[in-house]
Design a binder for this molecule. Structure first.
Ligand SMILES: [Zn+2]
Length: 104
């Protein structure tokens, strides 16, 4: 299920991320990368499970009860590029995933 529809934006090319069912691994990929390949946009592919894990840990730390049904109550939008993932929450907090470190 495309839970993150319209919520993930590519910081490299500005397009939205598209949902992709890759052998029952739910992923999101930049529209440019999906249509024209990695040479046109090198933004990373993100697994849904990975995003859910970060968001749920973030909410846990803030003592908020997260379920997928509440996703849009908590998350404003997500930005992804070839290195980082930034998850912006409605309360102004941000989760930051870099190649070396995750700040929940
Ligand atoms: Zn892109």
């Amino acid at each position: 299920m495309n839970y993150f529809k319209g919520m993930i934006k590519c910081s490299c090319c500005g397009k939205n991320y598209n949902f992709k069912n890759n052998n029952n691994q739910y992923e999101y990929i930049c529209q440019t990368r999906k249509n024209y390949g990695k040479s046109k946009c090198n933004s990373q592919i993100v697994k849904e499970e990975f995003l859910v894990n970060i968001i749920s840990q973030h909410c846990n730390i803030l003592d908020k009860d997260f379920t997928m049904g509440k996703l849009k109550l908590f998350v404003r939008f997500i930005e992804v590029d070839d290195n980082d993932i930034l998850i912006y929450y409605k309360d102004g907090t941000v989760s930051k995933v870099t190649p070396n470190k995750i700040v929940f």
